[in-house]
Design a protein around this ligand. Structure first.
Ligand code: ZN
Length: 397
């Protein structure tokens, strides 16, 4: 299984390429021999992580270091779900990753292999490979940390969601989406699509419809239990789910404005994202789309309390508003309760620190690993206090 925690990104990219070929070349029969359901976990993943010389200039040197360090300072994480490559809200993703420092991932249900090719003769499986690679390149501009696909095949335009579900195995697509959520463990999921007929394409409608369903299933250990018993995944509770496709004058909960300047990119987040999107040349022929940069989202499960574009009452400019995404706030986010503010240091240092350490360790194990700096267990301040007591002879440890 390809794991985002694997250190060998080059190997991961190679493995991802194998996974792409396996999916697109119709190797389902071979996979089915090892997996009765025919859905091996490594068939849902690909990696956009930059490797060596392929890293963008802004991700090298001091700038790159600043960007990486910034990401360590927040536990904010976001998974954006679309149907095809180029559906994504590129400006939103770029602002989330490069502006807010959130761990940012994209799940595209398929690889868009049934579309037209604007730059060459390749179609179907070959086009799917091209579009996978194009999305990886775009993802570097967005600052994506992870890119995922499901095993759903793009068979062309679909007039309705019913037609899509006649061609796709609905349960298999849902299972792949749940697997990705349990693997990635985001705090927030953002559906590109509304999940209704307004999405205009059966695949788009299906993506919007399945997203909240997948979020609910990912938290339920009774759903797809083999992912837990055989693949080593754990249930994951997403804290907030949002959907796009909000119409003008409809209420919304979050407005994301990506038109601000980034001094680090030397451009606005939206223009930078458009440059990345333009690299999907089999769709754009290299054109860079101008304009855009304001995105509106509705909180799926919550009460819609937002303003409308007519009244311009913005409720929040971030999906994470009101969530404590500091490292110290992580236990509370995960339902562990806040860390104790003051702990009296007694001569028996081991005794008083054990409950705190247990909670800290438990939170660390449950947290997305990428959000924790190596060696951090949050106990530095108390350790220093105890070192002082040790020096003064109050404790033997
Ligand atoms: Zn699409």
């Amino acid at each position: 299984m390809i794991d985002r925690r694997q250190p060998g990104l080059g190997a991961a990219l190679s493995a991802a390429a194998v996974a792409v070929v396996a999916t697109l070349a119709g190797a389902a029969a071979a996979a089915a021999q090892s997996d009765p359901a025919g859905r091996a976990p490594d068939r849902v993943l690909a990696f956009p992580a930059p490797v060596g010389e392929e890293r963008l200039d802004v991700d090298r040197g001091a700038m790159g270091a600043w960007y990486r360090i910034r990401k360590l300072a927040t536990t904010a994480s976001l998974l954006h779900i679309t149907a095809h490559p180029d559906d994504e809200h590129a400006g939103m993703l770029t602002l989330a990753s490069r502006g807010w420092g959130a761990r940012t991932a994209l799940l595209s249900l398929n690889r868009g292999e049934a579309g037209a090719n604007a730059i060459g003769p390749e179609l179907f499986d070959a086009l799917g490979l091209i579009r996978t690679r194009e999305l990886v390149l775009s993802g570097r501009y967005y600052g994506l940390d992870d890119l995922y696909f499901t095993t759903a095949v793009d068979y062309g335009y679909s007039k309705s969601v019913d037609e899509a579900f006649r061609s796709w195995d609905r349960e298999a697509v849902l299972e792949d989406m749940v697997r990705v959520i349990r693997l990635n463990r985001p705090l927030v999921v953002v559906s590109r699509f509304h999940g209704s007929a307004r999405d205009g394409h059966g695949h788009h409608h299906a993506a919007g419809l399945l997203t909240p369903e997948a979020v609910a299933a990912a938290a339920d250990p009774a759903r797809f239990p083999r992912q837990i018993s055989e693949e080593g995944l754990r249930p994951w509770r997403v804290l907030r789910t949002f959907r796009g496709g909000v119409r003008v004058d409809e209420p919304y909960d979050v407005e994301v404005i990506a038109t601000g300047m980034s001094p680090w990119l030397g451009d606005t987040y939206q223009r930078w994202a458009s440059r990345g999107l333009g690299l999907q040349r089999s769709q754009t022929a290299g054109r860079v789309r101008a304009g855009g940069g304001r995105y509106f989202y509705e909180h799926v499960d919550g009460t819609v309390t937002g303003g409308s574009r007519g009244t311009a009452t913005r409720i929040a400019d971030s999906f994470f508003a009101g969530l404590d995404t500091t490292l110290r706030g992580l236990p509370a986010l995960l339902g562990e309760g806040p860390l104790p503010r003051r702990t009296r240091c007694s001569p028996n240092w081991t005794a008083w620190s054990a409950p705190w350490r247990r909670r800290s360790t438990s939170a660390t194990r449950r947290a997305p690993s990428a959000t924790w700096p190596a060696g951090w267990d949050g106990s530095g301040r108390r350790s220093r206090r105890c070192r002082t007591l040790r020096r003064r002879g109050f404790t033997s440890r």
